[in-house]
Design a protein around this ligand. Structure first.
Ligand SMILES: [Zn+2]
Length: 57
């Protein structure tokens, strides 16, 4: 499951288990399941290293 951290300065998007409660980056328990846009950003980041120049639209 992909989560996003809701704290203002962190906003870390990460892959976690269903028991995940806290952000692995800042440690705060303010995470929520990522929205579609956040999931897209997550996958974009992880594929950006492989595919440098690829744009849709
Ligand atoms: Zn965080």
């Amino acid at each position: 499951m992909i989560y996003s951290c809701q704290t203002k300065c962190c906003h870390y998007i990460f892959l976690g288990s269903e028991q995940q409660r806290a952000c692995p980056d800042c440690g705060k328990q303010q995470i929520q399941p990522a929205t579609a846009a956040e999931r897209a950003e997550f996958f974009h980041r992880h594929t950006a290293a492989l595919v440098k120049r690829r744009r849709s639209g």
